[in-house]
Design a protein around this ligand. Structure first.
Ligand code: ADP
Length: 303
């Protein structure tokens, strides 16, 4: 079982011929609402990739909260750990122009209320083979969940997004850190574009690191000096939004199916399968709606 402790947001997306300047009003095009938030996206990604999955998080008492919770339930996710807190749900206001340039403002809403976890959350984490975390809910909850998982000997996977420098208190509890190149530089405190140098910096902080490299694939490093690099499947990318969430969710599933272990032996297959998930997501327009099912991941993996 994969247990996610993280965020749920509703993405409010409008297309516009051009992004407005401060003070300017522009007439946009289509508007749509799409369930999002890195936590919820990665839970849906894990469920679609074939895992038994549970989500611990918070939504608000507004209509959006109902939408977000229905979306998780529809994906077959155990939502007993999803609480409804007074006030608005988390939302992301997103405007996208014709060149796919965007601006995004996230209002954390209910996600910010997930400061303390309770006895029921302790039970939820105890059932995990892999605990999957991101950084869109308060660090106190992320750290608490990681402490419990560590006490149980459960694998802790942290996707350090959105990027920020992290306290040793949390890093010491992480088994597998998943980052893209930007996140790697921020978490590692190094300013290089060289993947090898990013990995070198990060394995001093955590035992295992997975670095995503967009269309180039992904790389793995651990403290035994193991280095693995795998290419991404060659595809026609339509929209890479949520590709990182698809990758991370699938990675957690692949680890859960191996009893939580990521080793030098299993890393090539695990990374290739996660890359297939990221690529399958990038082949379709949309964010969470494009998160792939297991059959689509397996098909690209085999190709
Ligand atoms: P993020 O979206 O978090 O910035 P990346 O851009 O590194 O992360 O993408 C995550 C993963 O999705 C990559 O490791 C890769 O497997 C897959 N992916 C992303 N873009 C492409 C692409 N253009 N072609 C093939 N795979 C892709």
């Amino acid at each position: 079982r994969v247990v996610v402790v993280g965020s749920a947001n509703l993405d409010l997306v409008v297309t516009t011929p051009q992004l407005p300047r401060p003070g300017e009003t522009v007439l946009g095009g289509d508007f749509r609402t799409v369930p999002g938030g890195k936590g919820a996206n990665q839970a849906v990604a894990a469920a679609r990739a074939g895992a038994d999955c549970a989500f611990v998080g918070a939504v608000g008492t507004d209509d959006f909260g109902m939408l977000l919770s229905d979306n998780l339930i529809a994906a077959g996710i155990d939502v007993r750990g999803l609480r409804t807190v007074d006030g608005p749900s988390g939302v992301a206001l997103i405007a996208v122009d014709g060149a796919a340039e965007n601006f995004i403002v996230v209002a954390p809403g209910a996600n910010a209320a997930l400061t303390t976890l309770d006895a029921a959350d302790r039970t939820a984490v105890a059932a995990a083979d892999v605990l999957l975390l991101q950084l869109e809910v308060p660090l106190a909850a992320v750290t608490q969940a990681a402490e419990w998982a560590r006490a149980d000997g459960t694998t802790v996977v942290l996707n350090a997004a959105p990027a920020r420098p992290l306290p040793a208190e949390l890093l010491d509890l992480v088994d597998v850190l998943v980052v893209n190149e930007h996140e790697a530089a921020v978490v590692g405190g190094v300013f290089t574009e060289e993947p090898g140098a990013l990995l070198d910096a990060l394995v001093t902080l955590v035992p295992r690191v997975v670095l995503t490299l967009g269309a180039r694939g992904a790389a793995y490093a651990d403290r035994d000096d193991v280095r693995v690099e795998v290419p991404a499947p060659k595809i026609d990318a339509v929209d890479t939004t949520a590709a990182g969430d698809a990758f991370t969710g699938a990675l957690a599933v692949a680890l859960a199916e191996r009893g939580g272990a990521l080793t030098a032996d299993t890393a090539p297959a695990v990374l290739r399968w996660a890359c297939a998930a990221g690529a399958a997501c990038a082949q379709r327009p949309g964010a969470s709606t494009a998160l792939p099912r297991r059959a689509a991941i397996d098909a690209l993996y085999a190709a």
